[in-house]
Design a binder for this molecule. Structure first.
Ligand code: HPA
Length: 264
């Protein structure tokens, strides 16, 4: 059984903590999904690089529905996602990890539900705690024990991308209570909850957002900071996977009880 999946964001294209890695694929109503499977300490782990293995899929064109459906279909209960983010706060510094706890959705043109009427019907999923508290607690403990800079919460503003933001937009996002900005957490986190899976994002600050930084932003700097910190990320994953019991029941896994549960 594969109970844990890692969805790698920008700069995380390789499941290099895993052994005996092989490629597999699964058909979903939204298309075919290729993923890797390997093992770590006797646990089978699936891995999907969200942007493709060569960063060829733009944030607004990622097939989020297919990816989450595929993970559900192979039996995944728990998803650890990574995300490169711009920081709106001077105290969330380059290379810091943030265990995102809220999001604000500024995407414009994405499919953000598995329930579009018809045979599947309509659901209104609760997102009071959009990110799994159980995994966030584990991540916090592990990161603190490792002595790495980690923030226990943060509000993630999700933009449509693929462009970076204007300073005026960042100014507005700050006023609205945003801490971080990225392009991919929505709808991934929503779909994971609809599919009744635990989902947590480990955001890594790769740059100060437009206007917070006085310099123009470059994708190169995002990659540079990400690459400089992948070793920490890798160790964090290893320690959290070791300490997490993927059989633990969690309220995320009953998110659609009111609707009779999620059905593939
Ligand atoms: N904006 C949006 N997405 C990002 C950024 C940013 O500044 N940095 C990394 N991903």
């Amino acid at each position: 059984m594969i109970h844990i999946a890692i969805i790698g964001g920008t700069g995380v294209y390789d499941p290099n903590i895993l052994e005996n890695v092989h490629q597999d694929e699964v058909l979903t109503p939204y298309g075919l999904v290729s993923y890797k499977v390997g093992s770590f300490e006797g646990k089978n782990i699936a891995f999907i690089p969200r942007h493709g293995s060569k960063h060829s899929i733009a944030p607004h064109l990622i097939n989020y529905q297919a990816n989450i459906w595929a993970m559900k279909k192979i039996g995944v209960k728990l998803i650890l996602a990574t995300a490169a983010v711009g920081s709106l706060r001077l105290d969330m510094k380059l290379g810091d990890f943030v265990l995102v706890d809220q999001f604000i959705d500024f995407t414009r043109n994405r499919k953000n539900t598995f329930y579009e009427g018809g045979k599947r019907g309509v659901v209104h999923v609760d997102l009071t705690n959009p990110y799994c508290s159980m995994i966030r607690e584990k991540l916090l403990l592990v990161a603190q024990n490792m002595g790495i800079a980690v923030h226990n919460d943060g509000t993630y503003i999700c933009t449509e991308g693929p462009r970076f933001e204007t300073p005026a937009e960042i100014h507005m996002f700050s006023k609205l209570g945003g801490d971080l900005v990225g392009m991919t957490n929505v709808p991934e986190v929503i779909l994971a909850r609809e599919a009744e899976m635990c989902y947590a994002t480990i955001a890594m600050v790769t740059n100060y957002a437009a206007g917070i930084s006085s310099k123009p932003l470059t994708y190169g700097e995002v990659l540079e900071v990400m690459n400089a910190n992948t070793e920490n990320l890798k160790r964090l994953f290893m320690n959290v996977i070791t300490s997490i019991d993927s059989e633990t029941d969690c309220s995320c896994q009953h998110a659609l009880t009111e609707y009779g549960g999620f059905k593939l």
